[in-house]
Design a protein around this ligand. Structure first.
Ligand code: SF4
Length: 465
């Protein structure tokens, strides 16, 4: 396919100073294997999108008519530039993710560092994602690490940063929030506004904007996201993807690539790796912390609790992504479509014959009963919601297991017209919401956990029935 391109320079200024001494000042721009000289306009050039240098590139007027003409010079320049111009490779990252799906984290890390060199950096939170640094170290390649210092981290995390720097002989490239923005937030709303009106605003100022600035100096970044970290929002993370949220150095949608080398690794295996390699770890882990973020928004979890339950525990499960990886959270409005299909057309879920389907009247009656003879567990759901779909098998299994036990398992479809009612009367915050109506009480109790497996639901039922 032949195409005409006009190329002008784009200067770039880096945000993160490289510990390798590579200047990020405006310079000859480099996009993949295409090198462009400042302010040079290239006459129509034939580009071979197959990825090989085009042998058919012939500058216009390559045969000069007279020796005095300026044309030969221009032609020579264009020819030289054409020689320099290799082809813009349009990488298919979905395809690459499929190829690497069964690769080890070390292979994935090696591939990422090989491909992006100094234009990629590891995002380090100060928790078990230190495994990424160990993997990068094991590749033997140079690598960069950046971290967001929100100003609200635990003292243990700062000490851990220092230990990591010394252990690997690196300097972490810290990103700080804009002081004027922090000042504005704290002076107007206080130091703990996130407990009142949610963590998004504070995270936006202290984390997301500094992160955005950091990423604008890169072409790719490496995260420690794993599928098992958040059952709903992170269950579909590929090992590499075009970043769905942030922009990179070249600007615009699709200008940043996100690598997730441990996407397919389970938390236990990460810990086995850290122990085996004798890697320094954050001392908070020994105090029961798994996922570690800012001090006011992170707490230790009990054995068996999911790690994400130790973050923003006062909020609904669906919001627990802090904006950093919000591309993982699927859009949830009633008007949108799912895979091109209208939400109302999506097939119903929870189909066990041992499940009771409650109508609006049915659930209102259940709410009125003060002395019901048996406890009920009811899921408020929307069939198009991926989190509801993810728990379908375990909820059906629960219904089958409890059949004849005296405990009723039910569902109430709470989207569309029923949503406002469910929000007002049934504590619906997000889908799915699970309620237990105990035997001798009219007041339902909301199930507080993200763990929706049969064992967790059964043990909660036994505690409150
Ligand atoms: Fe603010 Fe908490 Fe977010 Fe940290 S985790 S930026 S303290 S809301």
């Amino acid at each position: 396919m032949a195409m005409s391109v006009n190329v002008s320079s784009s200067s770039s200024s880096g945000i993160i100073n490289s510990r390798f001494g590579v200047s990020l000042e405006p310079k000859v721009s480099q996009i993949g294997s295409l090198r462009l000289l400042d302010r040079v306009h290239v006459a129509p050039v034939s580009l071979n999108l197959s990825g090989k240098r085009s042998s058919s590139v012939k500058p216009l007027n390559a045969e000069p008519k007279t020796k005095d003409s300026m044309i030969p010079l221009a032609a020579t320049m264009v020819a030289e530039i054409a020689e320099e111009v290799e082809v813009v490779e349009i990488e298919d990252f979905e395809e690459l993710a499929k190829k690497l799906e069964n690769a080890s984290p070390l292979e994935i890390m090696d591939k990422a560092l090989e491909k992006y060199g100094n234009d990629i950096a590891i995002a380090f939170s100060g928790a078990e994602d230190v495994a990424l640094i160990e993997y990068a170290h094991l590749t033997g390649r140079p690598f960069r690490v950046f971290s967001l210092d929100t100003g609200r981290l635990n003292p243990e995390t700062y000490r851990f940063f220092d230990a990591v720097e010394k252990h690997y002989g690196i300097r972490i490239e810290y990103m700080f929030p804009d002081s004027v923005e922090v000042q504005g937030l704290v002076r107007s709303k206080g130091l703990f506004s996130f407990y009142e009106d949610g963590h998004q605003e504070c995270c936006r100022v202290r984390k997301v904007r500094p992160l955005r600035r950091a990423l604008k100096g890169l072409k790719a970044w490496i995260t420690g996201q794993r599928k098992d970290q958040s059952p709903g929002t992170r269950s579909e993370i590929p090992v590499v993807q075009v970043d769905p949220v942030f922009e990179g150095l070249d600007g615009g949608v699709g200008s940043l690539v996100k690598w997730n080398p441990v996407a397919n690794v389970e938390g236990n295996d990460v810990w086995n790796f850290l122990r085996t390699m004798d890697v320094p770890v954050n001392t908070l882990h020994a105090a029961g912390y798994i996922s570690i973020g800012c001090e006011p928004c992170t707490k230790a979890v009990l054995p068996g609790q999911h790690e994400r339950e130790g973050r923003w525990w006062w909020e609904d499960a669906k919001a627990k992504e802090c904006g950093l990886h919000k591309g993982n959270v699927k859009e949830n409005s009633d008007d949108a479509k799912v895979n091109g299909e209208s939400k109302s057309a999506v097939a119903d879920i929870f189909k066990s014959e041992n499940l009771v389907t409650l109508s609006r009247q049915g659930i209102e009656n259940l709410m009125k009963l003060e002395n019901r003879k048996e406890p009920w567990i009811v899921v408020l759901y929307a069939p198009w919601c991926p989190f509801c779909q993810a728990m379908e098998a375990s909820y059906d299994e629960l219904a089958d297991k409890l059949a004849g036990s005296g405990i009723k398992v039910a569902k109430f479809r709470a989207d569309g017209d029923q949503k406002e009612f469910a929000k007002q009367e049934l504590q619906l915050g997000s889908f799915p919401t699970i309620l237990v109506f105990p035997k001798n009480s009219s007041r339902p109790i909301k199930y507080p956990s993200e763990k929706r497996d049969v064992e967790s639901l059964t043990s909660f039922l036994n505690l409150v029935r």
